[in-house]
Structure formats: structure tokens, C-alpha cells
Design a protein around this ligand. Structure first.
Ligand code: UD1
Length: 429
């Protein structure tokens, strides 16, 4: 299994282009099931997660073609017909978001059998709200032996969907299913993340009638059919935030390009408060730190536009060497502090109690062998490794490969000493 090795101490200087958002791309790919015409997605990241979903979609009848076009990396998805409504456990368990094929399958072909996603390292993560939405739209849902059987032989019907709390995945799933329903659907207490706006724009380019994404109320007027379209995936705000934190950690000056302002304001405010230099630009931001130690600041994760839970681990890594004590509260997921013991192996002083971690900044971290436990946790270890004395090696980096495109290359281009060690122990620069 591959590992990443980092020799700490180098400042970061240069430009990092932000890739298309993983979390958006995988929902947009699922939208290809809704039409018999081709959907062309540009600004596509090439990641393990997009490959997993490509594999599943191919099994369902979608022709998936990746290429480098005039607009950069693109994926063409074409489902002339749905050849199977069956999403097996071995494909769905690899990536929870695969579950989001259920709604489009029922919407287009009236039936689906999709595995429940199963356990996940960051908490229980049930799919009850997803099922509530598909059921509200008129599908008959049965659960047997780990599978969801959904049927709507006469099509889905527009409905009022009221979520008891905010869920990104369930909101997206409800949108994906309701676009082909007969009549109007209204989603109340919808998630407001930018990826929802991206999904709305893509669906509307395909002929859907969706309004209100990015606000708590989304209205979908069903149409009988959708057509093909070309859509550019929104920039990855989590990748952008991760490199912003990396720059603040290592010091130097890094420009993040190919992004959009306004995607990570909650993080940028905290970086400023901690003492980093932050300048917003038309297509991203510039992060600077020249020598001075950062100060500890507190964060609490919240739905957008609050502080993203997907940036919590990275911020915790940053706080390990800040001056003072930082309190980090996780409110979205239970059990999302698995990076804390790994950071402690590098010399961090952290105590965790329930949903809160206290991080007392230390003067310096020491390189060590650590293990990635989930996607965002793994990158927090790389960030810590950027300043740890000596070498840090991070194992189980398949987690990292799920969501970060060419991480070693992007950090390396700014001067970081990061290399991938192939499974057989041979270093690949
Ligand atoms: C998405 C993101 C993930 C991010 C999260 C929160 C993708 C692929 N993943 O995950 O990176 O961390 O949003 O911003 O886009 N819940 C239920 N029942 C449900 C659905 C969710 O109880 O049916 C709970 C979850 O366990 C969690 C909370 O709701 O505690 C929020 O989860 P949700 O917003 O659905 O996250 P995901 O869509 O899974």
C-alpha cells in the first residue's frame, strides 16, 4: 500500500490551482442517469471516488468516457438506456455517495435495488432522510437484507419534503429524484452548500426547473424528460481550504487560483484571526505567513456558510503549533476526531471529550509514522508533517487519493518535500 513521506521545515511559495469539487462531481455524475442524451462535465477532478462512481454507473448502463478537452479534464456520461437498476454492496460500500443513484434510477426507470451504504469511519451516517424523501415522492420502499428496493412503476409525484435537520446528501438526492416527478416538489430545511447550487445549475442546463438551491427552500417543478448538457464542476472549496491551511502552517506565500471567492469565508476569517495574511482575489486567495507564530483560535463546525466539518481536521493540525489553547467543536458528525491521536504521535497536545477537542499549541512537532483514518483526517497529517522536524510518513493514503488530486505534485511545486512511497517501499518522486 502506498504511503506519503514528508520532510518538514520547507516554506510554501507559489501557486496552487484548485481542482473541480469532488463532492459536486459525484452528484453531477449521478444526474447522467436522468437522460438518454450525453452529459459533458468539465473541470472534472480525477480521483478514486469519481472512478468508483464511474464503475457503478457503467454497470447501470452509462457509457463513461474521460478525456482532456479544450476546457481541461472532462467526463462524458451517456445513458441511452438503463440496463440495470441494481447497485451492489461491493460498489456502494466503497463510497457512501453511490447511494445517490437510487433516486435517479427510480425517477427514470421506475425501480431500483441499491445496497445500503454500511458503516463509515466518521459516525453512523444513516440514510433515513434520503429514504424519507424518495418515499414522499411516491416510491414504495422496502428494506431486505441490506438492500433498498424502490418502486414507482407509474413515476414519481411532486411532494412537500420537510427534513427534520439539514443533510447535504439527502437534499441533493431529493433534487435528483424530483426533477422528473409529475408536479411541484418543495424541499423545506434544505442544505445550502454551494454544491447544491452547482447541482441546480447542471440540472437546469439539462432542462429541469429547479429554484432556490443555496437557500433553505428548494422548489422543483417536474418535467417529463431531460436532455444533454455541458456543465463545469464548481471549484473544490475543501481542497482550497486545505491548501490555505497548509500555507498558513508551513509559512511563505501561496496563491490559490482557479477557485471562486466566497466559498471558504468562515475559514479565511479564522485564519486572519489567528494572524495569517489573507487576501481575496478574483479567482481565489493569497495566504501569507512570514515567521510569526499563529495564535490559537476556537472553531465550531456548522452547515454552510459556517465552518465546514471537512476542514476541521486540517484546522486542528494548524492549531497544534499555535500559541495558546484552541477549542474545536464538531457539531455535524459524531466520532470525527480520529486524527487527534495520530496528531499526538507527532507531539501535539490534544484532549478530546465528546464533541470537543482542546488543542494546546506546542513549539514544535516531531516527525513520526502515522496512519490515515479518513479522507480529511489524512490530509491533516500531511499538513502537520509540513512543519514536523524530520520525516513523517502517512500510511493508508487510499483515503487521501479519494479526494485530493495530485496532492504531492501541487504541494511539491510550492517547495514542500513530499513524496509518495509505492507499496513495495520504492520511492516515487
Ligand atoms: C456531505 C459531504 C461530506 C460533508 C458533509 C457535511 C459528500 C459526498 N459528502 O456528506 O464531505 O462532510 O456533507 O457537510 O458530499 N444524516 C442522517 N440521516 C440521513 C442523512 C444524514 O442522520 O439520512 C446525518 C449524518 O449522519 C450527519 C448529518 O446528518 O450527522 C449531516 O450529514 P449530511 O449533510 O447528509 O452529509 P453527507 O451528505 O453524507
Amino acid at each position: 500500500m502506498d504511503r506519503i513521506a514528508i520532510i518538514g521545515g520547507a516554506q510554501l511559495n507559489g501557486t496552487i490551482p484548485v481542482s473541480g469539487a469532488k463532492n459536486s462531481a459525484i452528484k453531477l455524475m449521478a444526474a447522467s442517469l436522468l437522460t438518454d442524451e450525453p452529459l459533458r462535465l468539465t473541470n472534472m477532478p480525477r480521483l478514486a471516488d469519481t472512478r468508483f462512481l464511474g464503475k457503478l454507473l457503467t454497470r447501470l448502463g452509462v457509457q463513461v468516457t474521460e478525456s482532456d478537452g479544450p476546457d481541461g479534464q472532462q467526463t462524458l456520461l451517456h445513458a441511452p438506456e438503463i440496463t440495470s437498476g441494481f447497485a451492489p454492496y461491493d460498489l456502494v460500500r466503497q463510497m457512501r455517495a453511490s447511494f445517490n443513484v437510487l433516486g435517479p434510477l427510480v425517477a427514470r426507470s421506475g425501480q431500483a435495488k441499491v445496497s445500503l451504504p454500511g458503516g463509515c469511519t466518521i459516525g453512523a451516517r444513516p440514510v433515513d432522510l434520503h429514504l424519507q424523501a424518495i418515499e414522499a415522492l411516491g416510491a414504495k420502499i422496502d428494506l431486505h437484507e441490506g438492500y433498498v428496493y424502490a418502486q414507482a412503476p407509474r413515476g414519481l409525484k411532486g411532494a412537500e419534503i420537510r427534513f427534520p435537520f439539514v443533510s447535504v446528501g439527502a437534499t441533493e438526492h431529493a433534487m435528483l429524484a424530483a426533477v422528473l416527478a409529475d408536479g411541484v416538489s418543495v424541499i423545506h430545511n434544505a442544505a445550502c452548500e454551494p454544491e447544491l447550487v452547482d447541482l441546480q445549475e447542471c440540472l437546469n442546463a439539462m432542462g429541469a426547473k429547479v429554484e432556490g438551491a443555496g437557500t433553505p427552500t428548494v422548489t422543483i417543478t417536474g418535467v417529463p424528460r431531460l436532455h444533454g448538457a455541458t456543465h463545469a464542476v464548481i471549484p473544490d472549496r475543501i481542497e482550497m481550504g486545505t491548501y490555505a491551511v497548509a500555507a498558513a502552517m508551513a509559512g511563505g506565500e501561496v496563491r490559490l487560483s482557479n477557485a471562486r471567492p466566497g466559498l471558504i469565508d468562515a475559514l479565511l476569517d479564522k485564519l486572519k484571526e489567528a494572524g495569517a495574511g489573507v487576501e481575496e482575489t478574483a479567482d481565489g486567495c493569497i495566504i501569507r505567513r512570514n515567521g510569526q507564530r499563529l495564535s490559537a483560535v476556537d472553531i465550531e463546525t456548522a452547515p454552510f456558510p459556517g465552518f465546514a466539518t471537512d476542514l476541521q481536521a486540517q484546522f486542528m493540525a494548524l492549531m497544534t503549533t499555535a500559541k495558546g489553547e484552541s477549542r474545536i467543536r464538531e457539531t455535524i458528525f459524531e466520532n470525527r476526531f480520529m486524527h487527534a491521536p495520530e496528531l499526538m504521535r507527532l507531539g501535539a497536545d490534544i484532549s478530546v471529550s465528546g464533541g470537543e477537542a482542546r488543542v494546546r499549541g506546542v513549539e514544535r512537532l516531531e516527525g513520526a509514522e502515522v496512519m490515515a483514518t479518513d479522507l480529511r483526517a489524512s490530509v491533516s497529517l500531511v499538513i502537520a508533517g509540513l512543519v514536523a522536524r524530520g520525516e513523517t510518513t502517512v500510511s493508508r493514503i487510499y483515503h487521501l487519493d479519494r479526494g485530493f488530486e495530485r496532492l504531492e505534485e501541487k504541494l511539491g511545486a510550492c517547495g514542500a518535500q513530499v513524496r509518495r512511497i509505492k507499496g513495495d517501499g520504492e520511492a516515487e518522486l
